[in-house]
Design a protein around this ligand. Structure first.
Ligand SMILES: [Zn+2]
Length: 380
């Protein structure tokens, strides 16, 4: 059940109640691709850095260790020792971006595993079955992610197929949720809006999927090469056509600034690999912009990554020490950077929620972005 607590302009402050607890929105979901946050971060760490939702990838877990293995163990929550909400993606994005040689048919997609090349078929029913085996809190519908350079004609056909697939996903999820051996019979389903950079196709599709009364709605197929301005334009066009009394999720986005702008356009769920990926490369976020801890200027710097940051890295360690760890390729270096970055994102979402509640979201956004653009950041 989603409750819209407050609106400030288009910005939404919401609360989604799930079988695994409450999600306060806007929220940033922390990406744990193969049931682990890359950078040696465990679920015990996630509790300490303010993570509300962990996101795992259906495709990766289907290929390895196999969703049937996870089901036998009792589901993803038990497997990774995490009792709070988990969202699983549908596998669609990975099938379209990662897998070799694929063939798209009405029934689904035939492709080869990127691990061992074996042939796999995935369609709406298979994706729902896998996500039901994983027993995540929220499952994502299986959609096609057309190439960012696909033409209008192709996008139109693809979006129509995505709608037909969504109807099949919903029917299959309802069937699975009624089976006696389903681990999470209260699994939720979010639909995904597609349509490339064509506003009219996006809006038509949004209306079609809004009519299906799902638990939430995502905007997919953005942040795939278009400019930030183009992404914001699409959000302004399409978000008003998604149900206001349901969560709105912008998939795979993005930088802190992208998130601040998207919240201002009505989005309240996010996920992105940036904080963990950048952390693994020694690039850390601060309120004064990003730093590259490999830089020589941090050799003798005894300050934490960010003054007053309460993350496990900043409470204990200096930039000089973390720089040394990174240069020595000690795993602890990247782990500390990833913990700091995820904490930074999670903290920012808390600030966003407070600013919306106080009715000062636009001022907050302006101040936060100006701070992060201030000189003093490293050129990255
Ligand atoms: Zn920190």
């Amino acid at each position: 059940m989603y409750e819209l607590l407050k609106k400030d302009g288009a910005a939404k402050r919401g609360r989604l109640s799930t079988v695994h607890g409450i999600i306060e929105t806007p929220v940033f979901m922390n990406v744990g691709t193969a049931a682990a946050i890359k950078g040696a971060v465990a679920t015990t760490d996630l509790r300490e850095i303010g993570t509300q939702v962990e996101l795992s990838n259906t495709y990766h877990l289907h290929v390895r260790p196999g969703d049937k293995v996870v089901k036998k163990i009792g589901g993803l929550h038990k497997f990774m020792a995490w009792d709070r909400p988990i969202l699983t993606d549908s596998g669609g994005f990975q099938v379209f971006s990662l897998a070799g040689l694929r063939k798209i048919k009405e029934e689904g997609v035939y492709f080869n595993s990127h691990i061992d090349g074996r042939k796999i078929f995935m369609g709406p029913e298979e994706s729902m079955q896998i996500q039901s085996n994983l027993a995540s809190t929220i499952a994502m519908a299986f959609d096609e992610c057309p190439s960012s350079v696909a033409d209008r004609e192709y996008i139109e056909k693809s979006v129509d197929r995505t709608t037909r697939w969504l109807i099949r996903c919903k029917a299959e999820m309802e069937r699975l949720n009624r089976l006696p051996d389903t681990l999470n019979p209260q699994q939720m389903l979010f639909g995904i809006n597609q349509g490339g950079v064509y506003e009219d196709i996006r809006i038509r599709h949004a209306k079609e999927i809004a009519a299906l009364d799902l638990d939430g709605y995502a905007v997919g197929g953005l942040a795939v090469g278009e400019s930030h301005e183009e992404m914001y334009r699409i959000l302004e066009a399409v978000v008003p056509y998604l149900p206001q009394d349901k969560p709105a999720y912008l998939m795979g986005v993005g930088t802190p600034e992208n998130i601040l702008e998207a919240v201002d356009r009505g989005i309240d769920f996010f996920d992105c690999v940036y904080p963990s990926r950048n952390g693994r490369h020694g690039h850390v976020y601060t309120n004064h912009g990003k730093l590259n801890l490999f830089n020589a200027k941090y050799e003798l710097d005894t300050c934490p990554i960010e003054e007053n940051c309460q993350c496990p890295a900043c409470r204990n360690y200096s930039r000089a020490y973390i720089r040394h760890l990174l240069k020595a390729k000690e795993m602890l270096g990247m782990r500390l950077c990833v913990l700091h970055n995820l904490y930074f994102y999670n903290q920012m979402m808390g600030e966003i929620r407070a600013a919306i509640e106080a009715g000062r979201y636009k001022e907050y956004k302006k101040e936060k972005i100006a701070g992060m653009r201030r000189s003093g950041a490293d050129d990255l």
